[in-house]
Design a protein around this ligand. Structure first.
Ligand code: GAL
Length: 382
């Protein structure tokens, strides 16, 4: 066989092998599709370690920030990782964007809990601003803090600026004077979850309790609107009620304007996008690391009112959101109305092995729907 025939034979063989494996990796060894729930290797051949993540698109590049997880514990022993990509399939490890501290006095000391980091860019200050859910070391999930870190460079290093509760001394815009002045207190209830307790909760029981110290903030995301105003969306009030809080122009603090969404609705893992002047939010219920059915909310104004719809997931395993929990929705650049639902399939017994479930957001009757695909690519949006 001459060299030319040998080459042709090899190419045919390579094509046959790649077809036979129905692999998402093309002949150059690069990914050319998404395979939700499978191992997803970075440019170094290592499963991506960026859980509970979010994406920032900046100057032609997507940056994926997420929780670094180890093999046993969910606590942060490394920090927030960053990966970059120009095609959303292939990700380059950019290293640790926010590093945990060795100083026991630091709120982000090794062993604290750092979850659901999200980064936005502030054009006015030319800074990258990271928000994340922070739980102080050794205190379980009781702190319910949000933390803010800043960097001049997208991939970091980020420096912690502050952490704490949200909007201390401020009332939600959509809490009535009557509700603000109720004298019912948590201590008046022996038991949670009774109908009376739930009524009191809806009337702002925990908002009043936490008024001085600031509102609790756990699962969270950020959203920058077309007018560059940014919002922090977080599970508050013991994870029972979502809050949406407007950020100051530099994105480093709160304007004091915030609303409660679905009081008592038990929404976690908020992920949001905007299409045709309408806001869409996908959340999960509250069952810890175990998956549950997603929820869909829509609004014409980000500060509400928000309307609750049925589970956007359809088909087999829809009631478990295909064994995953939302974390972010990515607007795909250069394509119209193209959004990717980004979710985590947690593996609490071996957190580092947690998987990523990315699915296209499809629309039926004007509302987003999620369907399972073993493999798909961006041409689905064409
Ligand atoms: C989930 C939440 C995760 C993590 C976990 C801890 O409900 O979405 O981000 O906080 O609980 O059990």
């Amino acid at each position: 066989m001459n060299f030319k025939n040998f080459l042709i034979l090899n190419i045919i063989l390579a094509i046959l092998i790649s077809c036979g494996q129905s692999s998402s990796v093309n002949i150059e060894g690069e990914y050319s599709s998404f395979t939700p729930g499978e191992i997803w290797e970075d440019n170094q051949g290592v499963h991506i370690n960026a859980h509970g993540g979010g994406i920032l698109y900046h100057e032609g590049v997507y940056y994926w920030f997420g929780e670094h997880k180890g093999e046993r514990s969910n606590s942060a022993f490394v920090g927030v990782t960053c990966y970059s990509s120009t095609d959303l399939y292939n990700w380059k490890n950019e290293g640790v964007a926010l590093t945990v501290s060795d100083d026991e006095e630091s709120p982000i000391v090794r062993g604290s809990v750092i979850e659901r980091p999200k980064v936005i860019y502030n054009a006015k200050t030319d800074k990258f601003v990271m928000y994340f859910h922070l739980e102080l070391k050794g205190r379980g999930y009781e702190a319910a803090h949000v933390a803010v870190a800043v960097s001049d460079n997208v991939a970091g290093p980020y420096q912690l600026v502050k952490n704490g509760r949200v909007n201390a001394g401020k009332w939600p815009l959509n809490m009535t004077d009557e509700q603000r002045n109720y004298t019912v207190e948590s201590a008046h209830f022996d038991k949670w979850w009774t109908p009376q307790w739930m009524e009191a909760l809806k009337d702002g029981l925990f908002v009043r309790r936490d008024f001085e110290e600031g509102q609790m903030s756990r699962d969270m995301t950020l959203f920058v609107d077309d007018d560059n105003k940014a919002y922090h969306i977080y599970s508050s009030e013991e994870n029972l009620t979502l809050h949406i809080a407007e950020l100051t122009d530099d994105y480093l603090g709160y304007t004091g304007d915030y609303v409660r969404v679905e009081p008592g609705g038990h929404n976690e893992a908020p992920a949001i996008f905007k299409k045709d002047e309408r806001y869409f939010m996908i959340t999960s219920g509250c069952t810890g690391w175990d998956p549950n059915a997603a929820r869909l909310l829509t609004a014409d104004n980000i500060m509400g009112p928000w309307t609750l719809h049925s589970n956007p997931a359809l088909g087999e395993d829809a009631e478990l959101t295909f064994h995953s929990q939302s974390t972010f929705i990515i607007p795909v650049q250069g394509k119209e109305d193209a959004f990717i639902f980004m979710a985590d399939r947690w593996r609490p017994k071996n957190p580092i092995d947690g998987r990523y479930v990315w699915l296209p957001i499809l629309f039926e009757d004007g509302l987003p729907v999620l369907k399972w695909f073993d493999e798909w690519d961006l041409s689905i949006f064409d």
